[in-house]
Design a protein around this ligand. Structure first.
Ligand code: DC
Length: 227
């Protein structure tokens, strides 16, 4: 038994809504929410800011070890990432950061560093953690695992809608191309590629509204952990 509750692992491809859904599930259960993608994004952002090579595993690990990481908990369901006291938010959504994060996530040393932080952040339970390898690698013993999927077209459509809603430009074809490339990189890499854990519940959200996905995960939680 974990002191604070179970671990809910949500994995799946880029842009499928893992963070949105994960935050809502965490809010409903009074759990913390941790996006491991944000950790890779934060390191990628720092590397870009520092002008570091995105191929240099050793230097990237040294950089990760040199900065002060914080994941403030307790102020709501979401744990934000702060590096050296700077809270990172919108800069992590920049396209250059998305691309760089997927690139550095291929590297074994970077992944090992992240694994340590992720296990530490989640081990006491009471957490919804999302990423690519949470159910397969970070917490293979997570009590509830969900693999959230949707067609690349549906994901590109949603992403375009989000950007337009923010008043930003969105070219559907470019976004679709970017999503397909990132899927290929995240699933095709050697180290902890994106995979559905054997014991994960598969959910195709292509035609499913967000709230139904949230309800379905909360239902799975209740069924597996009554009372
Ligand atoms: O979920 P996201 O798009 O914010 O993640 C950014 C990148 O980080 C993603 O392209 C792959 C990588 N990542 C990973 O390899 N393993 C995780 N557990 C989470 C993210």
């Amino acid at each position: 038994m974990r002191p604070n509750g179970i671990i809910i692992a949500i994995d799946g491809p880029a842009g499928v809504g893992k963070s949105t859904v994960g935050k809502l599930v965490a809010g409903r259960l009074g759990y913390s929410f941790i996006s491991t993608g944000k950790m890779y994004r934060a390191l990628a952002w720092k590397a870009l800011e520092s002008g570091l090579s995105l191929e240099d595993d050793e230097k990237l690990v040294a950089l990760a070890g040199a900065v002060k990481w914080e994941f403030p908990r307790g102020s709501g369901p979401e744990a934000d990432v702060s590096l050296d006291g700077r809270r990172l938010d919108l800069e992590l959504s920049e396209e250059r950061v998305s691309k760089a994060s997927s690139g550095i996530a291929r590297l074994a040393g970077v992944r090992l560093f992240m694994l340590g932080m992720q296990r530490e952040a989640g081990v006491s339970g009471g957490v919804v953690m999302e990423g690519r390898d949470i159910g397969t690698n970070v917490f293979p013993d997570a009590e509830l695992k969900v693999y959230l999927d949707a067609s690349p077209e549906a994901r590109a459509e949603r992403r375009s809608g989000q950007l337009r809603a923010q008043g930003l430009e969105a070219d559907y074809a470019t976004i679709l191309d970017f999503i397909i490339k990132r899927d290929a990189q995240d699933s095709g890499r050697v180290n902890n590629p994106l995979r559905k854990a054997e014991d994960a519940h598969y959910m195709d959200s292509t035609a499913m509204p967000r709230d139904r996905v949230v309800d379905a995960i909360v239902e799975l939680y209740k069924v597996s952990h009554p009372g």
